[in-house]
Each structure stands twice: as structure tokens, then as C-alpha cells.
Ligand binder design. Structure first.
Ligand code: ZN
Length: 501
């Protein structure tokens, strides 16, 4: 047996253990009774420790070294060569994390979750603050263990988005800000041109849920290998290519309805379902990074789901499915309402234009916390100041401030940047897809999503984690990650919507 084959066996076991832990996590967010928290924390801690120890074992290191010699002459982009390269990167990174830190992250995360839920329900940051101190401390320990020649935040970014660093993200974000802020001002001066009051209408949640399931299936989410459940914070999780699940949340009011969040999560799920079967049970059998993952969810949610051709196709069906609630509302009116720009407190409800500002705000606060310039107790004030500066809004209520997102329970920092990178990368990929699929809008208007789904499958999904974000974007578009296409897209879309030109 070759070393590569033996290495694949180890990696397959590690992948099984991790996916079993994912299943426990999915259950915790969907059906687990509240009393299960402590047992679940222990189980997740144990599984994380076993998979971590199995992966970082000296034996795995020796297999890796031998496998590296075996693939030395193999084509650089082949599955085997890429597998060994990615396994090496992961191994080098994970061997730097001591076992007790890995266990602590899994256990503390499970314990933080219900505390966050209660703190959010009561809108009281002080309840969550002790857990947040643990998150910051663990993130600092991770950054220190991974090590970096630059800033502490670099290590966390590199773990999430290999190849990028704090300076690169700061540069991209400042370019985005210079495009968003003046455009937002112009839009706000003509806010009366778009009326979003139709979204105050109410539709029974069951009707919304079944319509969203119908839509995501038609986009290409395979429900034979997936399902949709409810959770407080929508997410997508994979237990293998044959079982990729999404969750959504729903309220009667259409503003907080489930459709766009279902489409968003289905975008993630289609990516996971579309990874080449040859990569199953390897570290390559998942999306390449949170940022690229988010490019797929945001592409389907916004560039497709909030487009005119999409509603040309779906609006008549939506009117029927929603049982008359929108009978007197025309397609154009509904399309405009779905795209209305209105600075708000909650990231997941933010419009396309202001969304990135929410991400930048978290990025700034995380950097300050990690680098010790801000204390956990000062987060609400810092948050309020950023909300004022970026979004022009007065300080939010507790639940609409720093407690709104689940991410700080995980417990790690550095993950939020993926949401803004996702918008940037999604627009780059879509610009390329449009150049190749010249009838794309007509296809979407006809309800034919197969060409776009197929294009993404060919250029993005099937590669799994073979390429870094930069490599993938370069391969597909011929250029590195750059905000130009997203900036052109919002300028064009909102310029048209608000009749700015
Ligand atoms: Zn997402």
C-alpha cells in the first residue's frame, strides 16, 4: 500500500469524526431539548479531541512526508497533489494547536450558545460578556499558537482565508467604503422612489416555508440529499455529499420571512453538494473558504434571487402560494421592495448596499479586542459608535447590537470578513458567468437555472477545497480578488432602482 493510500484512510476517519460532530451541532441548533447542553458540550469536546489527535499524530506526519515524495512528479492541479498540499497546510496549522485548546474551543462553544440565546432574548450584553471574554482569550491563544510574523489577526484570517492578511482585507474594505458611502447618500436623497411597505404584509409561516422549499429545489438544491429545518440562526451543514442540510427562520411579516434566507443557505448547500465525488471523505470535500462559500450563498440570494428576471419567473407563483396576500401588488413594486436600501441594525436583514458596512464594523471591533485596545465591557459603546459612523443610526437595542450574531459563541474571531469577501467574489464570478452565458437573464426569467448551476458546478463547486480563494478566483476570472465588479454592480443596480442618473 502506498503512503498516499494510507494517508487517505486516516483522513477519511478524521472526516467521519468531524461530520459526526457536525451532526451533533445541527441537532443542538434544531431539535435538542435545552437540558442537553452539558452532555452535548462533553460529546463535542470528546469528538473534537479524538479527531484532532488522530489528525496531528506523529504517524500522520510521517505518512504526509512520504506522500509528498510520492506525488512529487504528479500534475500540480491533480486531486492527489492538491490533497497532499492542503493536508500539509492543515496539519502544520493543527499541530500548533495544543489538544486542550481544541477541546476547550468545542466545549466552551457549546456552553456559550444557550448563554448567548438568553442574553440576546433579554438584550443584555452583561450576561454574555463573561463568555465573550473566553472567546477573545481563546482567539488570542489560537493566534499565538498559529504564530505570525505580522499582526495577531493575520493568523486568524489565514486560518479562514488562506493567502489573505489583515492589510489586504483593510485595503479591500476601504475601497468598498469609498464606493458605498457616497452611493448610499445619493440613494437616501431619493428614498421615496422605493416603497417597501408591502413587506409589512403577513403570510402564514407554513405557506412561506413550503414555497421556499419549492424555490430552492428549482434552483438546484437536491432535497434527496438535503432537507430544510428551522433554527434561531439559519445555517448550512454537511455530513457528506449525500446529506447537506439547511435551516431557515420564519416570521409572518415578509420582511423577516424565510425566502431569502432559504435561498442563501441553499447557495451554500449547492456548493457542498456539487463537490466532486472523487474528493469524498478528504479535507478537500468542502468549500474552499468561508469567503468563497459566502460568494455562493450571496450570489444566489442577491444576484439571482433579488434580480428582475428571477421575479418575472417566480412572482406569479409566489402570489398564488401566499394565498392572496400580495394580490394587489405588481411585480415591479415587489421587486423594488425586495431591493430597498435602508440602513438598519441587523446584518442578516441588511440590504445589499449597506450589508458590507455591517461586516466592516465587526472587523474593526474584533481587531481591537484581539489586539487588546478594547475590553469586552466596552463592546456595546464601540458598537454604537460604529453604527453611528457607518450607518448613520442611533445606538441600537441590546438584541440589535453586538448580540445579534451567533458567531462569537463559536468561539473564534476572524470569520466575519468572509461575508464581505463573499459579496466581492460573488460579483466577480457572476460577471464572468454572464460573459460566458449570454442568455443568462432569459434563462432565469424562464425558470431555467440549470445553465448557471452547471457553470458554477464546473468552475467552482467541483473543485472543493483544492484551490485557495485567490487561486480559484484567478483561475475563473483571470484576476485576483478585487472589489471592482461588485462596485460596478451596485452602482448600476441601485442607480437604476433609485433613478439616480
Ligand atoms: Zn452564509
Amino acid at each position: 500500500m502506498t503512503a498516499l493510500a494510507s494517508l487517505k484512510e486516516v483522513l477519511a476517519e478524521v472526516s467521519d469524526l468531524r461530520q459526526a460532530a457536525e451532526l451533533l451541532g445541527w441537532d443542538q441548533e434544531t431539535y435538542m431539548p435545552a437540558g442537553g447542553v452539558q452532555d452535548r458540550a462533553n460529546q463535542l469536546g470528546t469528538l473534537s479531541r479524538i479527531s484532532h489527535e488522530r489528525f496531528v499524530a506523529a504517524g500522520t506526519g510521517r505518512l504526509l512526508e512520504a506522500a509528498e515524495s510520492e506525488v512529487a512528479g504528479v500534475a500540480e492541479d491533480s486531486d492527489d497533489a492538491r490533497l497532499v498540499r492542503v493536508a500539509r497546510r492543515d496539519w502544520d496549522q493543527e499541530t500548533r494547536l495544543p489538544s486542550d485548546l481544541v477541546v476547550a474551543m468545542a466545549r466552551e462553544g457549546a456552553i456559550s450558545r444557550p448563554v448567548w440565546q438568553e442574553a440576546k432574548a433579554k438584550g443584555d450584553w452583561s450576561l454574555f460578556a463573561p463568555r465573550m471574554r473566553i472567546t477573545v482569550e481563546l482567539a488570542q491563544r489560537v493566534a499565538e499558537a498559529i504564530g505570525t510574523t505580522g499582526r495577531a489577526y493575520d493568523a486568524l484570517i489565514d486560518m479562514n482565508e488562506p493567502g489573505l492578511d489583515t492589510a489586504a482585507v483593510e485595503q479591500t474594505f476601504s475601497q468598498l467604503r469609498t464606493a458605498i458611502v457616497p452611493l448610499l447618500r445619493r440613494v437616501q436623497a431619493h428614498a421615496d422612489r422605493v416603497d417597501l411597505s408591502v413587506l409589512d404584509r403577513e403570510v402564514e409561516p407554513a405557506k412561506q416555508l413550503s414555497f421556499s422549499a419549492l424555490v430552492v429545489e428549482r434552483l438546484g438544491y437536491d432535497l434527496q440529499r438535503g432537507r430544510q429545518d428551522l433554527s434561531a440562526h439559519p445555517f448550512c451543514t454537511s455530513f457528506g455529499m449525500g446529506d447537506v442540510r439547511i435551516t431557515t427562520r420564519v416570521k409572518p411579516g415578509l420582511r423577516e420571512g424565510c425566502l431569502f434566507s432559504s435561498i442563501h443557505e441553499a447557495g451554500h448547500a449547492m456548493y457542498e453538494q456539487g463537490v466532486s465525488r472523487a474528493l469524498a471523505r478528504t479535507p478537500l470535500a468542502m468549500g474552499t473558504s468561508p469567503g468563497v462559500h459566502e460568494s455562493q450563498s450571496r450570489l444566489w440570494e442577491n444576484l439571482v434571487g433579488r434580480s428582475r428576471p428571477f421575479w418575472t419567473h417566480f412572482y406569479p407563483e409566489l402570489k398564488v402560494a401566499y394565498g392572496g396576500a400580495l394580490d394587489d401588488v405588481g411585480e415591479e413594486e415587489f421587486y423594488r421592495a425586495c431591493n430597498a436600501v435602508q440602513p438598519s441594525y441587523v446584518r442578516v436583514d441588511a440590504d445589499e448596499l449597506t450589508y458590507n458596512l455591517h461586516v466592516m464594523l465587526r472587523f474593526e471591533i474584533e481587531k481591537e479586542l484581539l489586539e487588546g485596545r478594547l475590553s469586552v465591557d466596552e463592546v456595546p459603546q464601540a458598537w454604537a459608535a460604529q453604527v453611528k459612523e457607518y450607518l448613520g443610526l442611533e445606538p441600537p437595542n441590546g438584541a440589535e447590537g453586538p448580540l445579534q450574531d451567533i458567531h462569537w459563541t463559536f468561539p473564534i474571531l476572524g470569520g466575519f470578513i468572509g461575508y464581505a469577501l463573499g459579496n466581492v467574489i460573488g460579483a466577480q464570478l457572476m460577471e464572468r458567468a454572464r460573459a460566458e452565458l449570454i442568455a443568462l437573464d432569459d434563462q432565469i426569467a424562464a425558470g431555467d437555472f440549470a445553465p448557471l448551476h452547471g457553470w458554477l458546478g464546473e468552475h467552482v463547486y467541483r473543485h472543493g477545497r483544492k484551490f485557495t480563494p485567490q487561486e480559484l478566483v484567478q483561475k475563473v476570472t483571470g484576476r485576483g480578488i478585487e472589489p471592482g465588479p461588485w462596485m460596478r454592480y451596485v452602482e448600476c443596480k441601485f442607480g437604476d432602482l433609485y433613478e439616480l442618473n
